[in-house]
Ligand binder design. Sequence first.
Ligand code: NAD
Length: 355
Amino acid sequence: MNETVLITGGAGFIGSHLAERLVERGRQIICLDNFDDYYPAEVKRSNLQRALSSQRVSLEEADVRDREGLRSVLGTERVRVLVHLAARPGVRPSLQDPELYLDVNVRGTLSVLAMAREFGVPRVVFASSSSVYGSIEGMAREEGTPCHPLSPYGASKVAAEALCSAYAHTGGPSVVALRFFTVYGPRQRPDMAINRFTRLIASGQEVGVHGAGHSLRDYTFISDIVDGIEAALEASLPGYHVFNLGRGQPVVLLDVIRLIEKGLEAKARIRFLPQPPGEPHLTYADIGKAGALLGYRPSVSIEEGIARYVRWFRERERFSPLSPAREGTVTVARPLASELDEQGTVPHSRQDRGL
Ligand code: NAD
């Protein structure tokens, strides 16, 4: 298939893995990214290095809120599928700057949908989040469960999903919204728990763990998420559809730390911190619908996934000037680690100095 796929947020953690996968499939890809300041642009440029070594991948530096930027890409390329991953991520920072989250995640999504419609792009795949659900007690979430987000980030994803539905029902494009559950793996965002904990443990620094470390997350390995996105690209699903992409097996945070310790052969120095607002105790995906309609079958266990992550971390530490261990050195100056899924703990004013 020679149709071009446009990936917004293509230089990010998930976007860069998707670009690599689609190159392997022989697709033509445009990665659009504005290299925002949530974490350093050099890390994002290095994420894309491998994908950009293919002639079939190009990079456009633009902001999804800038319709002219989108027009100039969509006006010159025959884009048949658009994967909209660009967003301001992070639960806790969204409590400090909700306007920014609404602007990027809601107005940005509106701009993408409007431009997709203007240029006749038939299908959009949208990156939503488990954060739309909010608090749950002991049961997997089905897609039909009412959403009660706990943070402006989660609320921004609910609002963006609503826009996707509205566009899909009023002339298109068709949209598949995928609710990702705590994605991890090589190149995971530096603010996320597994990345931060690995750096802190490897460098002998204290690990701040919120609550008693008993919170549960449905950690999902990046290759499983990319499988799900690919399936959504291929599926014939007119209109609007929403799917959970998780593993369906929540894991206790302290168990994740034990697996990282095992991989690194090092002991964590844990300091327990109060539970922050905005974070649910449990995330738990019901993946029955994704299994039935997308053939989604996550296959990487948490043991295997963490082992792979730690191997990547060690390799990168040895060879790269952007080694996660070096980033860890900078992180000491910042507040102690967040411990859960896709949140960052650091106020934006400090992020520019960090990492
Ligand atoms: P990431 O920050 O690594 O990637 C997002 C990319 O979007 C970044 O490269 C960033 O520069 C770019 N971006 C931000 N604002 C932009 C704008 N206005 N215009 C153009 N580009 C912009 O994050 P990620 O972890 O790869 O997440 C990708 C998507 O998946 C996001 O929408 C996120 O909300 C969603 N998600 C991620 C997770 C997870 O566990 N990583 C979980 C649920 C949902």
